[in-house]
Design a protein around this ligand. Structure first.
Ligand code: SF4
Ligand code: SF4
Length: 372
């Protein structure tokens, strides 16, 4: 049976795409989730990057977020990427450490170039570890320059339990009167070595009852792996291709095929609407109770429970079993029903659809792009 997925279905679920351009960075922060630094030369092939952009544009995804490493170390390529994304009907944002904003005039000049190419948003990372490499003045200069040239500035501050420098910096940045988001420091990447008391922690009850709205907002790593979110999976072993966090590889398949395969992946929907606690529920329905011994505390966030789930041997089995069945839409119903859907129904639907052919993705060309 063939299915026709529309651009609207892709956009509603996936929302946007992140692309990690490379892991070269002029800082080497102690907490870096991507292990970036001056010696890390991992970089996405320009041909792959262009292909992904084109495919993301043809799926109707409205926004591409370029991450790194420090993307501004590839300024010429950035300019080209932004212009290309624009030609495919996509807006571009970049996440940066602000190191390039040494002087106001220089920052304005650089940003005018990128604004002319089509850049719409800059996300400025700030925390106590960045401050060891990037003076706060540069962040202030970059934010002011962005506002001046008409690029939307968003400051994102990651904080742990004892980050007094970050709190002071946030206090100063508030004076700039731009959007400022606080997020929790995560115990992944280099920060996995930190003492547990560095992080805010949640109880099992808290983390097991928190949904994850970013589950399924895809990120393409510099090696072509498509990950289901931008936190824990970017720090995991890149050779672990069996991890459910890896939706596929653009070295082997088109982005459209990868995203179509997971568009109605029920377990991905459970993760988004119920959170990793939902995965535990499904796991116990399928394999019985006591599948998992909860930790005393979950440092960082719900991502710690999520990582535990995705490493669980039976959850992996269930995930691959479910993805391998061909007709996800045959049994998929809106999230409100998810909580009460026993795993037997998933299995039955899987079994029924075994004989069917793979769904074929036909993008309806008549869809008007929402941001053109
Ligand atoms: S956290 Fe950001 S600035 Fe720091 S090393 Fe990693 S990519 Fe570079
Ligand atoms: S809970 Fe899981 S899917 Fe959500 S952001 Fe964390 S690691 Fe990613």
């Amino acid at each position: 049976m063939n299915y026709t997925y529309t651009k609207t279905e892709f956009v509603e679920f996936y929302q946007q795409i992140g692309i990690e351009i490379g892991r070269l960075c002029n800082a080497r922060c102690e907490h870096c989730i991507t292990y970036s630094g001056p010696k890390n030369k991992e970089k996405m092939e320009p041909t792959m990057l262009r292909r992904i952009l084109k495919e993301a544009g043809s799926l109707g995804l409205p926004h591409v977020e370029i991450t790194g490493g420090e993307p501004f170390l590839f300024l010429d390529e950035l300019e080209e990427i932004i212009a290309l994304a624009k030609s495919y009907g996509m807006r571009t944002g970049i996440t940066t450490n602000s190191s390039w904003a040494t002087k106001h005039e220089r920052a304005v000049k650089i940003l005018m170039r990128l604004k002319a190419a089509g850049l719409v948003r800059l996300r400025f990372s700030i925390d106590q570890y960045h401050l060891n490499y990037i003076p706060l003045e540069r962040v202030e200069t970059a934010v002011k320059a962005a506002a001046e040239v008409g690029i939307y500035p968003l400051i994102e501050a990651a904080v742990g339990r004892k980050d007094y420098r970050a709190y002071e910096a946030v206090h100063r940045l508030k004076a700039l009167a731009v959007e400022l988001k606080m997020c929790e420091l995560l115990p992944f990447g280099r920060a996995a070595e930190f003492a547990p008391e560095t992080f805010f922690s949640g109880s099992f009850y808290q983390v097991a009852h928190t949904p994850c709205p970013t589950a399924g907002v895809p990120v393409v790593e510099n090696d072509g792996r498509v990950l289901l979110c931008c936190t824990y999976p970017v720090a995991q072993d890149p050779n672990d291709m069996e991890s459910p966090f890896v939706l596929g590889s653009t070295k082997e398949e088109s982005l459209a095929d990868i995203l179509a395969r997971h568009l109605y992946n029920p377990l991905l929907r459970v993760l988004r609407y119920e959170g990793p606690g939902g995965l535990l529920r499904v796991l116990e329905e399928g394999y019985g109770k006591k599948q998992y011994k909860p930790r005393e505390l979950y440092p960082g966030s719900i991502c710690t429970l999520c990582a535990d789930m995705m490493d669980h041997v039976n959850l992996r089995k269930l995930w691959h079993e479910t993805v391998a069945q061909h007709d996800m839409t045959a049994w998929f119903t809106p999230p409100v029903d998810m909580e009460h859907r026993p795993v037997e129904q998933v299995r039955m639907a899987n079994a029924q659809s075994k004989s069917r052919s793979l769904p074929i993705v036909t993008l309806s060309c008549g869809d008007s792009h929402p941001h053109q």
